[in-house]
Design a protein around this ligand. Sequence first.
Ligand SMILES: Nc1ncnc2c1ncn2[C@@H]1O[C@H](COP(=O)(O)OP(=O)(O)O)[C@@H](O)[C@H]1O
Ligand SMILES: [Mg+2]
Length: 433
Amino acid sequence: MPLMRLAAARLPLIVTALAAVSASFFFQVPALFSLLAFALVAATLTMTRPTERTRRNLSGMRRAPIVWPDTGMKAVAQSLPSPTFLLDIQGVIRFANEPAMRTFSQARAGDTLSMTIRSPRLREALQAAVSDESSTFEYRERSGAELVFVVSVRPVHHAAAEDPFILVLFEDVTERRAVARMRADFVANASHELRTPLASLSAIIDTLQGAARDDPAAQSRFLSIMHEQAERMRRLLDDLLSLSRLEMRVHQRPGERVDLGQVVRRVVDGMKPLAGELGVSISLAIRDEPLIVLGDQDELHQVFQNLVENGLKYGNSGERLEVDLGRVANGATISASVTDFGPGIPQEHLPRLTERFYRVDVVSSREKQGTGLGLAIVKHILTRHRGRLEIASTLGRGATFTVRLPAATTGENGESATPAATQNAAERLSADA
Ligand SMILES: Nc1ncnc2c1ncn2[C@@H]1O[C@H](COP(=O)(O)OP(=O)(O)O)[C@@H](O)[C@H]1O
Ligand SMILES: [Mg+2]
């Protein structure tokens, strides 16, 4: 390094040497003194002379900004919806757009990005960008809920600057990955659910052809098991088909004017035989009449059918079921709840109950002819109706499933109902009827 500097400073050194020699020669300055003066100048130049690199940078800075991206560049980065950083060639953050500051609040301008976001892949990618190579890799951010990003690192050349900037863009793929995983899980679960009754059917057919060939009593017992298993497969296929139809129409909002009170009354009437069998009495309270929502009558029937059936099947030990309907939020929302007084559901299961095939107790669900898809269907239907499902439970005391749906207004789209408007709609409807 000192040698390089010495070489770089050759011109002033030659001048000094000439001056020293001529001083000794013409003005009788002692040679030792001239030599000392030359050595002093050479040492000073070696220590203070800028290197070729810094000289380049300095002259560059005079020509154009080297480390700070210009306004246009920043504007482009700012307009990107994904977290985006602009770094200088040293990997120092020179600009972070808003999504970047929100997602990586610890990364500030002036910091080295790879010190804040610690990933060996990022360090490699930054090195590659210095040699003008682009790269893409996956990065998982584990502070808080895990986020998955696809990170693109690209050198960006600027006409006025000698060194390129480095653009680092984080594309959030957390949800996409979760959906892909759910889809894979779903197919695996569905095949597993179908395979179980299928295996049982095959085994029975073997027995009927073999050991039970001449045993009419066994044959009739086995046939009834076959019937049960076939029914189970049918229920599963029906539910799968329902789900797939709902998925196809998830963005179409149903527009029929439906009286929720009537729907629930019909569901409760239909469930009376099952309630009798299980020794549960159902009480129905409808506080306002009528309760109009924009929806699909059959789908809403399916929602309450499943909630009431679940309450009866899983909460039968409580011996009663309460169904309660009325308006909340100044009449803008219709709320319908189904409360059982059975064993309840442990808190940790509540957020997952609407997942496909999620069951608190698989054996009990199968015994009760469950498919594990009922609440997933409920959630899908409610999403399509812009409604939601709330689940509350106290262990040992029972569970309450509450459906909230926007009340229909006089307008067709059912948006933002005021109590007066809702009242008018209700009155008009009863006048029409
Ligand atoms: N009222 C309830 N009380 C206790 N557990 C319930 C109740 N409703 C639903 N569950 C639990 O939620 C699971 C999912 O319900 P659902 O999606 O309707 O599927 P299933 O076909 O098993 O009824 C059930 O298997 C059961 O474990
Ligand atoms: Mg169910």
